[in-house]
Design a protein. Structure first.
Length: 565
Protein backbone atom coordinates (compact mmCIF):
# COMPACT_ATOMS: atom_id res chain seq x y z
CA UNK A 1 0.00 0.00 0.00
CA UNK A 2 1.30 3.47 -0.90
CA UNK A 3 1.99 6.10 1.72
CA UNK A 4 1.02 9.67 0.84
CA UNK A 5 3.99 12.01 0.90
CA UNK A 6 2.61 15.21 2.40
CA UNK A 7 6.06 16.85 2.49
CA UNK A 8 6.60 16.60 -1.28
CA UNK A 9 4.65 19.76 -1.94
CA UNK A 10 4.46 22.50 0.70
CA UNK A 11 1.24 23.91 -0.71
CA UNK A 12 -0.88 20.82 -1.01
CA UNK A 13 -3.84 21.06 -3.35
CA UNK A 14 -7.28 19.54 -3.75
CA UNK A 15 -6.03 16.75 -6.04
CA UNK A 16 -3.31 15.69 -3.64
CA UNK A 17 -5.88 15.74 -0.83
CA UNK A 18 -8.13 13.42 -2.87
CA UNK A 19 -5.24 11.05 -3.55
CA UNK A 20 -4.19 11.04 0.11
CA UNK A 21 -7.75 10.27 1.17
CA UNK A 22 -8.00 7.43 -1.36
CA UNK A 23 -4.79 5.90 -0.04
CA UNK A 24 -6.02 6.20 3.53
CA UNK A 25 -9.26 4.43 2.57
CA UNK A 26 -7.35 1.76 0.62
CA UNK A 27 -9.22 2.63 -2.56
CA UNK A 28 -7.71 0.72 -5.53
CA UNK A 29 -5.82 -1.35 -2.93
CA UNK A 30 -3.90 1.82 -2.07
CA UNK A 31 -2.42 2.13 -5.58
CA UNK A 32 -1.69 5.47 -7.23
CA UNK A 33 -1.40 5.20 -11.01
CA UNK A 34 -1.61 8.23 -13.28
CA UNK A 35 -0.87 8.91 -16.93
CA UNK A 36 0.07 11.80 -19.21
CA UNK A 37 -1.82 11.39 -22.53
CA UNK A 38 -0.77 14.00 -25.14
CA UNK A 39 -2.06 14.01 -28.70
CA UNK A 40 0.98 13.96 -31.05
CA UNK A 41 -0.19 16.79 -33.30
CA UNK A 42 2.29 19.48 -32.24
CA UNK A 43 4.92 20.25 -29.61
CA UNK A 44 4.41 20.35 -25.86
CA UNK A 45 4.25 23.83 -24.30
CA UNK A 46 4.52 25.40 -20.84
CA UNK A 47 0.86 24.58 -20.17
CA UNK A 48 1.60 20.90 -20.67
CA UNK A 49 4.50 21.22 -18.22
CA UNK A 50 1.98 21.86 -15.45
CA UNK A 51 0.07 18.67 -16.35
CA UNK A 52 3.29 16.67 -16.74
CA UNK A 53 4.59 17.73 -13.33
CA UNK A 54 1.22 17.00 -11.77
CA UNK A 55 0.77 13.55 -13.34
CA UNK A 56 4.33 12.35 -12.80
CA UNK A 57 4.76 14.27 -9.55
CA UNK A 58 1.73 12.81 -7.76
CA UNK A 59 2.78 9.30 -8.79
CA UNK A 60 6.35 9.87 -7.55
CA UNK A 61 5.20 11.40 -4.27
CA UNK A 62 3.09 8.34 -3.47
CA UNK A 63 5.37 5.52 -4.67
CA UNK A 64 3.06 5.08 -7.62
CA UNK A 65 3.33 4.79 -11.40
CA UNK A 66 2.76 7.21 -14.26
CA UNK A 67 2.36 6.13 -17.89
CA UNK A 68 3.18 8.12 -20.98
CA UNK A 69 0.45 7.41 -23.51
CA UNK A 70 0.02 9.05 -26.89
CA UNK A 71 -3.59 9.65 -27.93
CA UNK A 72 -3.01 8.86 -31.60
CA UNK A 73 -6.58 8.47 -32.86
CA UNK A 74 -6.48 11.16 -35.56
CA UNK A 75 -3.92 10.18 -38.22
CA UNK A 76 -4.63 13.30 -40.31
CA UNK A 77 -2.96 15.56 -37.74
CA UNK A 78 -0.43 13.26 -36.08
CA UNK A 79 3.20 12.65 -36.99
CA UNK A 80 6.09 10.57 -35.65
CA UNK A 81 8.35 13.57 -35.15
CA UNK A 82 5.77 15.06 -32.77
CA UNK A 83 5.99 11.86 -30.72
CA UNK A 84 9.78 12.06 -30.69
CA UNK A 85 9.79 15.72 -29.63
CA UNK A 86 7.39 15.03 -26.76
CA UNK A 87 9.48 12.15 -25.48
CA UNK A 88 12.59 14.36 -25.57
CA UNK A 89 10.83 17.23 -23.77
CA UNK A 90 9.44 15.09 -20.96
CA UNK A 91 12.81 13.42 -20.39
CA UNK A 92 14.44 16.86 -20.41
CA UNK A 93 12.07 17.93 -17.63
CA UNK A 94 13.43 15.00 -15.62
CA UNK A 95 10.55 12.52 -15.68
CA UNK A 96 10.75 8.83 -16.49
CA UNK A 97 8.06 6.26 -17.33
CA UNK A 98 10.32 3.16 -17.38
CA UNK A 99 8.66 0.59 -19.70
CA UNK A 100 5.22 2.24 -19.58
CA UNK A 101 5.22 3.96 -22.97
CA UNK A 102 1.86 3.34 -24.64
CA UNK A 103 -0.21 4.52 -27.58
CA UNK A 104 -3.97 4.54 -27.96
CA UNK A 105 -3.33 2.69 -31.21
CA UNK A 106 -2.03 -0.21 -29.10
CA UNK A 107 -5.67 -0.81 -28.16
CA UNK A 108 -7.40 -0.44 -31.54
CA UNK A 109 -8.33 -4.13 -31.70
CA UNK A 110 -9.68 -4.10 -28.14
CA UNK A 111 -11.56 -0.85 -28.71
CA UNK A 112 -13.23 -2.38 -31.75
CA UNK A 113 -14.34 -5.33 -29.62
CA UNK A 114 -15.68 -2.95 -26.97
CA UNK A 115 -17.70 -1.20 -29.68
CA UNK A 116 -19.17 -4.54 -30.78
CA UNK A 117 -20.18 -5.22 -27.16
CA UNK A 118 -21.99 -1.88 -26.97
CA UNK A 119 -23.87 -2.75 -30.18
CA UNK A 120 -24.77 -6.21 -28.91
CA UNK A 121 -26.05 -4.73 -25.64
CA UNK A 122 -28.19 -2.17 -27.50
CA UNK A 123 -26.03 0.79 -26.47
CA UNK A 124 -24.69 1.78 -29.90
CA UNK A 125 -25.96 2.09 -33.46
CA UNK A 126 -24.72 2.94 -36.93
CA UNK A 127 -25.96 6.35 -38.09
CA UNK A 128 -26.21 7.56 -41.70
CA UNK A 129 -26.46 11.27 -40.87
CA UNK A 130 -23.68 13.53 -42.11
CA UNK A 131 -21.61 15.52 -39.65
CA UNK A 132 -23.67 18.63 -40.43
CA UNK A 133 -26.93 16.75 -39.91
CA UNK A 134 -25.68 15.33 -36.62
CA UNK A 135 -25.03 18.91 -35.43
CA UNK A 136 -28.55 19.94 -36.50
CA UNK A 137 -30.15 16.97 -34.75
CA UNK A 138 -28.08 17.58 -31.61
CA UNK A 139 -30.13 20.55 -30.45
CA UNK A 140 -28.83 23.42 -28.31
CA UNK A 141 -28.25 24.23 -24.66
CA UNK A 142 -31.90 25.28 -24.42
CA UNK A 143 -33.51 22.86 -26.88
CA UNK A 144 -33.33 19.04 -26.75
CA UNK A 145 -31.96 17.07 -29.65
CA UNK A 146 -33.87 14.80 -32.05
CA UNK A 147 -33.34 11.09 -32.45
CA UNK A 148 -31.51 9.94 -35.54
CA UNK A 149 -33.78 8.12 -38.00
CA UNK A 150 -31.34 5.21 -37.69
CA UNK A 151 -31.47 5.01 -33.88
CA UNK A 152 -33.79 1.99 -33.78
CA UNK A 153 -31.88 -0.26 -36.14
CA UNK A 154 -31.67 -3.85 -34.97
CA UNK A 155 -28.57 -5.24 -33.32
CA UNK A 156 -28.02 -7.50 -36.33
CA UNK A 157 -28.24 -4.60 -38.79
CA UNK A 158 -25.87 -2.47 -36.71
CA UNK A 159 -23.32 -5.29 -36.41
CA UNK A 160 -23.46 -5.85 -40.16
CA UNK A 161 -23.03 -2.17 -41.00
CA UNK A 162 -20.24 -1.63 -38.45
CA UNK A 163 -18.25 -4.59 -39.75
CA UNK A 164 -18.72 -3.28 -43.29
CA UNK A 165 -17.50 0.14 -42.11
CA UNK A 166 -14.33 -1.56 -40.92
CA UNK A 167 -14.03 -3.45 -44.19
CA UNK A 168 -13.97 -0.18 -46.10
CA UNK A 169 -17.26 -0.54 -47.97
CA UNK A 170 -18.45 3.01 -47.28
CA UNK A 171 -17.08 6.42 -48.16
CA UNK A 172 -15.59 8.75 -45.56
CA UNK A 173 -18.24 10.72 -43.68
CA UNK A 174 -21.17 8.59 -44.83
CA UNK A 175 -21.64 6.61 -41.62
CA UNK A 176 -20.65 6.76 -37.94
CA UNK A 177 -21.09 4.56 -34.91
CA UNK A 178 -22.88 6.44 -32.14
CA UNK A 179 -23.59 5.66 -28.51
CA UNK A 180 -27.29 5.39 -27.68
CA UNK A 181 -27.71 7.52 -24.56
CA UNK A 182 -30.21 10.40 -24.35
CA UNK A 183 -30.91 13.05 -27.00
CA UNK A 184 -32.77 15.09 -24.37
CA UNK A 185 -29.89 15.23 -21.90
CA UNK A 186 -28.96 18.61 -20.50
CA UNK A 187 -25.33 17.68 -21.21
CA UNK A 188 -24.72 17.91 -24.97
CA UNK A 189 -21.90 15.36 -24.69
CA UNK A 190 -24.49 12.73 -23.72
CA UNK A 191 -26.67 13.25 -26.81
CA UNK A 192 -25.68 10.11 -28.69
CA UNK A 193 -22.01 11.01 -29.24
CA UNK A 194 -20.03 9.57 -32.14
CA UNK A 195 -17.81 6.63 -31.16
CA UNK A 196 -16.25 5.76 -34.55
CA UNK A 197 -15.90 7.62 -37.84
CA UNK A 198 -14.73 6.49 -41.27
CA UNK A 199 -11.38 8.06 -42.14
CA UNK A 200 -9.12 6.75 -44.87
CA UNK A 201 -5.76 8.04 -43.68
CA UNK A 202 -2.42 6.34 -43.17
CA UNK A 203 -1.62 6.10 -39.47
CA UNK A 204 1.99 6.71 -38.40
CA UNK A 205 2.01 3.43 -36.45
CA UNK A 206 -0.70 1.15 -37.88
CA UNK A 207 -0.28 2.24 -41.50
CA UNK A 208 -3.43 1.39 -43.50
CA UNK A 209 -4.75 -1.40 -41.28
CA UNK A 210 -7.74 0.70 -40.23
CA UNK A 211 -10.12 2.95 -42.14
CA UNK A 212 -12.28 3.63 -39.08
CA UNK A 213 -10.89 5.37 -35.99
CA UNK A 214 -12.34 5.73 -32.48
CA UNK A 215 -13.18 9.14 -31.03
CA UNK A 216 -11.27 10.63 -28.09
CA UNK A 217 -13.99 10.27 -25.43
CA UNK A 218 -14.40 6.58 -26.18
CA UNK A 219 -10.70 5.88 -26.46
CA UNK A 220 -9.48 7.85 -23.49
CA UNK A 221 -11.52 6.29 -20.70
CA UNK A 222 -10.98 2.74 -21.97
CA UNK A 223 -7.23 3.28 -22.39
CA UNK A 224 -7.11 4.51 -18.79
CA UNK A 225 -9.06 1.46 -17.71
CA UNK A 226 -6.93 -1.05 -19.64
CA UNK A 227 -3.76 0.42 -18.12
CA UNK A 228 -5.06 0.22 -14.56
CA UNK A 229 -5.00 3.99 -14.05
CA UNK A 230 -6.49 5.07 -10.72
CA UNK A 231 -6.56 8.86 -11.06
CA UNK A 232 -7.20 10.37 -14.50
CA UNK A 233 -6.17 14.03 -14.20
CA UNK A 234 -7.25 16.46 -16.93
CA UNK A 235 -8.05 20.13 -17.41
CA UNK A 236 -11.42 21.77 -16.85
CA UNK A 237 -12.36 21.50 -20.52
CA UNK A 238 -13.17 17.85 -19.84
CA UNK A 239 -15.43 18.42 -16.83
CA UNK A 240 -18.57 18.20 -18.98
CA UNK A 241 -17.16 15.04 -20.57
CA UNK A 242 -16.86 13.20 -17.24
CA UNK A 243 -20.42 11.75 -17.34
CA UNK A 244 -19.59 10.24 -20.74
CA UNK A 245 -16.26 8.92 -19.39
CA UNK A 246 -18.19 7.20 -16.61
CA UNK A 247 -20.99 5.99 -18.90
CA UNK A 248 -18.71 4.05 -21.24
CA UNK A 249 -16.92 2.35 -18.35
CA UNK A 250 -20.20 1.52 -16.59
CA UNK A 251 -21.79 0.00 -19.70
CA UNK A 252 -18.73 -2.18 -20.32
CA UNK A 253 -18.22 -3.12 -16.67
CA UNK A 254 -14.57 -2.04 -16.91
CA UNK A 255 -12.10 -0.96 -14.24
CA UNK A 256 -13.14 2.56 -13.29
CA UNK A 257 -10.48 5.27 -12.83
CA UNK A 258 -11.55 8.54 -11.23
CA UNK A 259 -11.44 11.57 -13.52
CA UNK A 260 -10.42 14.79 -11.72
CA UNK A 261 -10.31 18.16 -13.46
CA UNK A 262 -8.05 21.11 -12.71
CA UNK A 263 -7.58 24.59 -14.18
CA UNK A 264 -5.27 24.84 -17.18
CA UNK A 265 -2.29 27.18 -17.15
CA UNK A 266 -2.73 30.63 -18.69
CA UNK A 267 0.23 33.03 -18.72
CA UNK A 268 0.13 36.71 -19.62
CA UNK A 269 1.53 37.69 -23.03
CA UNK A 270 1.68 33.99 -23.94
CA UNK A 271 -0.34 31.54 -26.03
CA UNK A 272 -0.99 28.15 -24.44
CA UNK A 273 -3.15 26.66 -27.16
CA UNK A 274 -1.58 24.04 -29.40
CA UNK A 275 -4.04 24.90 -32.15
CA UNK A 276 -3.07 28.58 -32.11
CA UNK A 277 0.63 27.75 -31.86
CA UNK A 278 0.28 25.52 -34.92
CA UNK A 279 -1.30 28.41 -36.82
CA UNK A 280 1.65 30.62 -35.92
CA UNK A 281 4.20 27.97 -36.89
CA UNK A 282 2.45 27.21 -40.19
CA UNK A 283 2.32 30.94 -41.02
CA UNK A 284 6.12 31.20 -41.10
CA UNK A 285 6.11 34.07 -38.60
CA UNK A 286 8.47 32.01 -36.45
CA UNK A 287 11.23 29.58 -37.44
CA UNK A 288 9.46 26.45 -36.21
CA UNK A 289 7.99 24.76 -33.15
CA UNK A 290 11.28 25.29 -31.29
CA UNK A 291 11.51 29.03 -31.98
CA UNK A 292 12.71 30.61 -28.69
CA UNK A 293 9.83 33.11 -28.80
CA UNK A 294 7.30 30.30 -28.44
CA UNK A 295 6.29 28.84 -25.05
CA UNK A 296 6.91 25.29 -26.33
CA UNK A 297 9.23 23.27 -24.11
CA UNK A 298 11.60 22.89 -27.06
CA UNK A 299 11.54 26.65 -27.57
CA UNK A 300 12.12 27.37 -23.90
CA UNK A 301 15.01 24.88 -23.81
CA UNK A 302 16.57 26.50 -26.88
CA UNK A 303 16.15 29.90 -25.26
CA UNK A 304 18.04 28.75 -22.17
CA UNK A 305 15.35 27.82 -19.66
CA UNK A 306 16.35 25.02 -17.30
CA UNK A 307 14.28 21.98 -16.30
CA UNK A 308 14.62 22.97 -12.65
CA UNK A 309 13.23 26.43 -13.28
CA UNK A 310 10.15 25.08 -15.07
CA UNK A 311 9.47 22.47 -12.41
CA UNK A 312 9.89 25.09 -9.68
CA UNK A 313 7.51 27.37 -11.56
CA UNK A 314 4.90 24.59 -11.71
CA UNK A 315 5.28 24.04 -7.97
CA UNK A 316 4.84 27.75 -7.29
CA UNK A 317 1.65 28.23 -9.30
CA UNK A 318 0.02 25.23 -7.65
CA UNK A 319 -3.15 23.45 -8.76
CA UNK A 320 -6.56 25.07 -8.61
CA UNK A 321 -10.12 24.37 -9.69
CA UNK A 322 -10.74 27.83 -11.17
CA UNK A 323 -9.12 29.46 -14.20
CA UNK A 324 -6.69 32.33 -13.57
CA UNK A 325 -3.95 34.27 -15.35
CA UNK A 326 -0.37 33.81 -14.16
CA UNK A 327 1.96 36.77 -14.64
CA UNK A 328 4.82 36.10 -17.05
CA UNK A 329 7.03 37.86 -14.48
CA UNK A 330 6.72 34.81 -12.21
CA UNK A 331 8.05 32.44 -14.88
CA UNK A 332 10.95 34.77 -15.63
CA UNK A 333 11.67 35.27 -11.93
CA UNK A 334 11.87 31.51 -11.47
CA UNK A 335 14.39 30.97 -14.28
CA UNK A 336 16.35 34.05 -13.21
CA UNK A 337 16.48 32.69 -9.66
CA UNK A 338 17.80 29.34 -10.88
CA UNK A 339 20.37 30.75 -13.31
CA UNK A 340 21.65 33.18 -10.69
CA UNK A 341 22.89 30.21 -8.69
CA UNK A 342 24.49 28.22 -11.52
CA UNK A 343 25.38 30.54 -14.41
CA UNK A 344 29.01 31.73 -14.76
CA UNK A 345 29.46 35.50 -14.96
CA UNK A 346 31.14 36.64 -18.17
CA UNK A 347 31.64 39.90 -20.06
CA UNK A 348 29.99 40.59 -23.40
CA UNK A 349 29.64 43.91 -25.20
CA UNK A 350 26.52 43.87 -27.35
CA UNK A 351 26.77 47.33 -28.93
CA UNK A 352 30.52 47.99 -28.93
CA UNK A 353 32.30 51.34 -28.69
CA UNK A 354 36.10 51.33 -29.01
CA UNK A 355 38.22 52.74 -26.18
CA UNK A 356 41.97 53.42 -26.45
CA UNK A 357 43.86 53.74 -23.17
CA UNK A 358 46.64 56.10 -24.20
CA UNK A 359 48.98 55.62 -21.24
CA UNK A 360 48.75 51.82 -21.24
CA UNK A 361 51.88 50.22 -22.81
CA UNK A 362 51.39 49.26 -26.45
CA UNK A 363 51.59 45.52 -27.06
CA UNK A 364 51.16 44.66 -23.36
CA UNK A 365 48.55 42.09 -22.34
CA UNK A 366 47.60 41.26 -18.74
CA UNK A 367 45.65 38.30 -17.51
CA UNK A 368 43.28 39.54 -14.83
CA UNK A 369 41.44 37.30 -12.37
CA UNK A 370 37.65 37.24 -12.55
CA UNK A 371 35.27 35.39 -10.21
CA UNK A 372 33.00 32.97 -12.08
CA UNK A 373 29.96 33.13 -9.80
CA UNK A 374 29.85 34.87 -6.41
CA UNK A 375 26.76 32.78 -5.53
CA UNK A 376 28.73 29.53 -5.92
CA UNK A 377 31.74 29.14 -3.64
CA UNK A 378 33.01 26.23 -5.72
CA UNK A 379 32.76 27.98 -9.09
CA UNK A 380 36.31 29.31 -8.85
CA UNK A 381 37.74 32.00 -11.08
CA UNK A 382 39.14 32.50 -14.56
CA UNK A 383 41.52 34.94 -16.24
CA UNK A 384 40.50 37.51 -18.85
CA UNK A 385 43.00 39.38 -21.06
CA UNK A 386 43.34 43.15 -20.79
CA UNK A 387 45.07 45.36 -23.36
CA UNK A 388 45.43 48.94 -24.53
CA UNK A 389 42.36 48.82 -26.79
CA UNK A 390 39.04 47.56 -25.45
CA UNK A 391 35.33 47.69 -26.19
CA UNK A 392 32.65 49.04 -23.87
CA UNK A 393 28.90 49.31 -24.34
CA UNK A 394 27.89 52.29 -26.43
CA UNK A 395 25.17 53.10 -23.89
CA UNK A 396 27.84 53.39 -21.17
CA UNK A 397 29.09 56.66 -22.65
CA UNK A 398 27.36 60.03 -22.98
CA UNK A 399 29.03 63.18 -24.18
CA UNK A 400 26.60 65.44 -22.37
CA UNK A 401 25.22 63.26 -19.58
CA UNK A 402 22.27 64.05 -17.33
CA UNK A 403 22.64 64.32 -13.60
CA UNK A 404 23.28 60.99 -11.84
CA UNK A 405 24.74 59.37 -14.97
CA UNK A 406 27.39 57.24 -13.25
CA UNK A 407 29.05 55.91 -16.35
CA UNK A 408 31.66 57.29 -18.72
CA UNK A 409 31.64 60.88 -19.99
CA UNK A 410 34.32 63.46 -20.87
CA UNK A 411 36.47 64.04 -17.80
CA UNK A 412 34.70 61.42 -15.67
CA UNK A 413 36.28 58.38 -14.06
CA UNK A 414 34.82 54.86 -13.95
CA UNK A 415 35.92 51.41 -12.88
CA UNK A 416 36.45 48.63 -15.42
CA UNK A 417 35.23 45.37 -13.92
CA UNK A 418 38.20 43.26 -12.67
CA UNK A 419 40.61 45.81 -14.26
CA UNK A 420 41.43 49.49 -13.65
CA UNK A 421 40.03 52.97 -13.18
CA UNK A 422 39.92 54.94 -16.45
CA UNK A 423 39.18 58.59 -17.24
CA UNK A 424 37.84 59.84 -20.58
CA UNK A 425 40.11 62.46 -22.16
CA UNK A 426 39.02 62.68 -25.79
CA UNK A 427 36.01 61.87 -27.99
CA UNK A 428 36.44 60.94 -31.68
CA UNK A 429 33.44 61.40 -33.99
CA UNK A 430 32.55 60.58 -37.56
CA UNK A 431 32.88 63.77 -39.58
CA UNK A 432 29.77 63.11 -41.63
CA UNK A 433 27.29 61.75 -39.10
CA UNK A 434 28.69 63.15 -35.88
CA UNK A 435 28.43 59.69 -34.31
CA UNK A 436 30.96 58.86 -31.60
CA UNK A 437 33.33 56.23 -33.02
CA UNK A 438 36.16 56.08 -30.49
CA UNK A 439 37.10 57.23 -27.00
CA UNK A 440 40.55 57.96 -25.63
CA UNK A 441 41.18 57.48 -21.94
CA UNK A 442 43.93 57.21 -19.36
CA UNK A 443 44.15 54.60 -16.63
CA UNK A 444 45.46 54.54 -13.07
CA UNK A 445 48.07 51.73 -12.86
CA UNK A 446 47.60 51.58 -9.08
CA UNK A 447 43.95 50.56 -9.38
CA UNK A 448 44.62 47.04 -10.70
CA UNK A 449 41.74 44.66 -10.07
CA UNK A 450 39.36 47.60 -9.74
CA UNK A 451 40.55 48.53 -6.26
CA UNK A 452 40.75 52.18 -5.24
CA UNK A 453 44.44 53.10 -4.64
CA UNK A 454 43.79 56.05 -2.35
CA UNK A 455 40.27 55.55 -1.08
CA UNK A 456 38.59 57.70 -3.71
CA UNK A 457 35.10 56.65 -4.66
CA UNK A 458 34.07 55.73 -8.19
CA UNK A 459 30.37 55.06 -8.61
CA UNK A 460 30.32 53.55 -12.10
CA UNK A 461 31.56 50.06 -12.97
CA UNK A 462 31.57 48.98 -16.61
CA UNK A 463 32.07 45.64 -18.30
CA UNK A 464 34.45 45.48 -21.24
CA UNK A 465 36.24 43.15 -23.68
CA UNK A 466 39.80 43.38 -25.01
CA UNK A 467 39.66 44.23 -28.72
CA UNK A 468 42.54 41.94 -29.72
CA UNK A 469 41.02 38.95 -27.92
CA UNK A 470 37.31 39.51 -28.52
CA UNK A 471 35.15 36.75 -29.98
CA UNK A 472 32.52 37.89 -32.47
CA UNK A 473 28.93 36.74 -32.05
CA UNK A 474 25.37 37.50 -33.04
CA UNK A 475 22.97 37.99 -30.14
CA UNK A 476 19.20 37.57 -30.26
CA UNK A 477 17.14 39.62 -27.85
CA UNK A 478 13.63 38.26 -27.30
CA UNK A 479 10.63 40.18 -26.04
CA UNK A 480 6.96 39.34 -25.60
CA UNK A 481 5.44 37.16 -28.32
CA UNK A 482 2.13 39.02 -28.02
CA UNK A 483 1.13 42.67 -28.18
CA UNK A 484 -1.47 42.32 -25.45
CA UNK A 485 -1.57 40.57 -22.09
CA UNK A 486 -4.32 38.17 -23.22
CA UNK A 487 -4.79 36.98 -26.84
CA UNK A 488 -8.09 37.68 -28.53
CA UNK A 489 -10.85 35.17 -27.78
CA UNK A 490 -13.29 36.51 -30.37
CA UNK A 491 -14.81 33.91 -32.67
CA UNK A 492 -12.73 33.65 -35.82
CA UNK A 493 -9.84 35.68 -34.37
CA UNK A 494 -6.49 34.95 -36.00
CA UNK A 495 -3.60 34.53 -33.51
CA UNK A 496 -1.29 36.07 -36.12
CA UNK A 497 -2.98 39.41 -35.43
CA UNK A 498 -1.95 39.16 -31.76
CA UNK A 499 1.78 38.84 -32.48
CA UNK A 500 4.13 41.65 -31.52
CA UNK A 501 6.35 42.97 -34.33
CA UNK A 502 9.05 43.61 -31.72
CA UNK A 503 9.43 40.08 -30.37
CA UNK A 504 12.95 39.65 -31.80
CA UNK A 505 15.96 41.94 -32.22
CA UNK A 506 19.18 40.54 -33.70
CA UNK A 507 22.47 42.26 -32.84
CA UNK A 508 25.47 41.51 -35.05
CA UNK A 509 29.13 42.24 -34.36
CA UNK A 510 28.84 41.72 -30.60
CA UNK A 511 32.12 41.24 -28.72
CA UNK A 512 32.55 38.47 -26.16
CA UNK A 513 35.41 37.57 -23.87
CA UNK A 514 37.59 34.83 -25.45
CA UNK A 515 36.54 32.06 -23.06
CA UNK A 516 33.14 31.95 -24.75
CA UNK A 517 34.59 30.76 -28.07
CA UNK A 518 33.87 27.17 -27.03
CA UNK A 519 30.52 27.82 -25.31
CA UNK A 520 28.14 24.87 -25.66
CA UNK A 521 24.37 25.03 -26.21
CA UNK A 522 22.49 24.30 -23.02
CA UNK A 523 25.00 26.18 -20.86
CA UNK A 524 23.65 29.37 -19.34
CA UNK A 525 25.81 32.44 -18.81
CA UNK A 526 25.16 35.74 -17.12
CA UNK A 527 26.43 38.51 -19.37
CA UNK A 528 27.33 41.09 -16.74
CA UNK A 529 24.75 43.87 -16.58
CA UNK A 530 22.91 42.39 -19.60
CA UNK A 531 21.01 39.30 -18.56
CA UNK A 532 21.24 35.52 -18.98
CA UNK A 533 22.22 34.04 -22.34
CA UNK A 534 22.90 30.65 -23.92
CA UNK A 535 24.34 29.54 -27.29
CA UNK A 536 21.61 28.71 -29.79
CA UNK A 537 21.31 24.94 -30.17
CA UNK A 538 20.47 25.18 -33.89
CA UNK A 539 22.42 28.07 -35.35
CA UNK A 540 25.46 28.56 -33.11
CA UNK A 541 28.68 27.00 -34.43
CA UNK A 542 32.40 27.38 -33.57
CA UNK A 543 33.55 30.52 -35.33
CA UNK A 544 29.96 31.66 -35.91
CA UNK A 545 28.47 32.02 -32.45
CA UNK A 546 24.83 32.90 -31.89
CA UNK A 547 23.57 33.58 -28.36
CA UNK A 548 19.94 33.80 -27.22
CA UNK A 549 18.92 35.96 -24.31
CA UNK A 550 17.03 33.78 -21.88
CA UNK A 551 15.86 36.51 -19.54
CA UNK A 552 16.96 39.94 -18.39
CA UNK A 553 18.42 40.69 -14.99
CA UNK A 554 15.30 42.51 -13.81
CA UNK A 555 11.56 42.21 -14.17
CA UNK A 556 10.40 44.26 -17.15
CA UNK A 557 6.79 42.99 -17.11
CA UNK A 558 5.76 45.19 -14.19
CA UNK A 559 6.70 48.26 -16.22
CA UNK A 560 4.87 46.97 -19.29
CA UNK A 561 1.69 46.26 -17.32
CA UNK A 562 1.84 49.61 -15.53
CA UNK A 563 2.32 51.46 -18.83
CA UNK A 564 -0.66 49.73 -20.47
CA UNK A 565 -2.91 50.44 -17.47
Amino acid sequence: MATPNTDANENTDFIREIVARDIENNKNEGRVHTRFPPEPNGYLHIGHAKAICLDFGIAAENNGLCNLRFDDTNPIKEETHFVDSMIEDIRWLGWNWDDRLFHASDYFDQLFEFALRLINDGHAYVCDLTAEQIREYRGTLTEPGKNSPNRDRTVEENLDLFNRMRAGEFEDGTRTLRAKIDMGSGNLNMRDPVIYRIMRATHHRTSDKWCIYPMYDFTHCLSDSLEGVTHSLCDLDFEDHRPLYDWFLDQLGAHHPQQIEFARLNISYTITSKRKLKRIVDSGKVTGWDDPRLPTLSGLRRRGYTPSSIRNFCDRIGVAKRESLVDMALLEFTVRENLNLIAPRVMAVLRPLKVVIDNYPEGQVEDLEAINNPEDSEAGSRTVPFSREIFIERSDFMEDPPRKFFRLSPGSEVRLKHAYFITCTEVIKDEQSGEVTELHCTYDPKSRGGASPDGRRVKGTLHWVSQAHAVDADVRLYESLLKEEVPSEKEGADPIDDLSPNSLEVLTGCKLEPGLADAKPGTGYQFLRQGYFTPDSVDSKPGALVFNRTVGLRDSWAKISKKKK
